[in-house]
Design a protein around this ligand. Structure first.
Ligand code: BDP
Length: 312
């Protein structure tokens, strides 16, 4: 008995998971489900502790930590992830996907496998594609009736090259800040605007300061549940299958929770007086983004995927 319990105790591996969101957020709840399924599917040999609210560091740092195998599991937005795996940049191009269904049509198929292969080469093993939703601009100090009203604004962006490029093309000033610093920056008027999906706009409290949303859905992009290649290489084939199944199941849960949270976030912020202006015609904004399309179309690491998405 004693020998048995010692053997199982020593065979237990504790893993750390990085997460940027708070409790109750779809990403957090799906990661917790992933952790409990891994534990269950491996007979308790793997235990994952989810560290939420970016307590282990901001996202660019966590991307590097995961790549180096210093954390084992994480959930990343495709913006910061694409700085470590440039082949992913195609996924962040504005107006590429019309909505999440269009995006998952590709990601749940061959294209998802191709992106996952690129990520694996860069140190990240994808176990599930989560929904990053559609991102729109919102401002504290101005009402936006056209994308031209964003010109000259200081717009907070993720610490990611493609977002910086996008905002420059709007003739605005990109201010790259960690997620947790955005509310303070809006309050202190060191930025005028930010952009995000509705669940993050609501969960962070940005809506309390930024009351004007310009609904562009300019980026519809995925997020990825990943484990380090270091952890992956240490798993037996049976444990790999157990982790993969847990990842797929957690992504299914995430997407369900996401759709509900988008609806409830819009309801909450509307009650709090947020005004939405819907973009009437995206064509002028798309034209403004054309240098980005040109750049990534000419780039051999993104071209083939872009052509596949554009063609379907
Ligand atoms: C949220 C993403 C999160 C990003 C954040 C941001 O889920 O990963 O860090 O946006 O804008 O929607 O920084």
């Amino acid at each position: 008995m004693l020998a048995l319990s010692c053997a199982s105790a020593s065979a237990q591996t504790k893993l750390r998971a990085w997460n940027i969101h708070p409790d109750g957020y779809p990403v957090t709840e799906a990661m917790k489900r992933f952790a409990s399924l891994v534990e269950q599917n491996t007979g308790g040999r793997y235990q994952i502790e989810v560290f939420s609210n970016a307590t282990l560091g901001d996202q660019p740092k966590a991307v590097q930590m995961l790549k180096a195998g210093e954390v084992d599991v994480a959930e990343f937005s495709s913006g910061p992830l694409s700085d470590a795996a440039p082949g992913l940049k195609a996924l962040n191009l504005p107006f590429l996907f019309s909505d999440s269904a269009h995006m998952f049509k590709h990601l749940d198929g061959k294209l998802g496998e191709r992106f996952a292969a690129k990520l694996q080469t860069a140190g990240f093993v994808v176990l599930g594609w989560y929904d990053g939703g559609g991102r729109s601009f919102y401002c504290a100090s101005r009402t936006i009736n056209s994308f031209k009203d964003l010109a000259g604004a200081r717009i907070r962006v993720q610490q990611s090259e493609i977002y910086i490029e996008m905002v420059k093309l709007l003739q605005a000033t990109p201010v790259a800040l960690p997620f947790k610093d955005v509310l303070g920056a809006l309050e202190q008027n060191t930025v005028d605007c930010a952009e995000n999906n509705m669940p993050s706009f609501e969960s962070t409290g940005h809506y309390k300061v930024a009351k004007s949303v310009y609904v562009t859905n300019h980026v519809v992009s995925p997020e990825a549940l990943v484990v380090s290649t270091k952890l992956w290489a240490s798993l037996s084939p049976a444990d790999k299958a157990a982790f993969s199944k847990a990842g797929t199941d957690s992504a299914t849960l995430m997407r369900e929770l996401w759709n509900k949270r988008v609806a409830s976030a819009i309801e909450t912020v509307t009650k709090q007086g947020v005004q939405f202006v819907r973009v009437k015609d995206v064509a002028p904004m798309v034209r403004r983004m054309s240098p980005l399309y040109g750049k990534y179309m000419a780039d051999p690491s993104t071209r083939e995927e872009l052509l596949t998405i554009i063609g379907n």
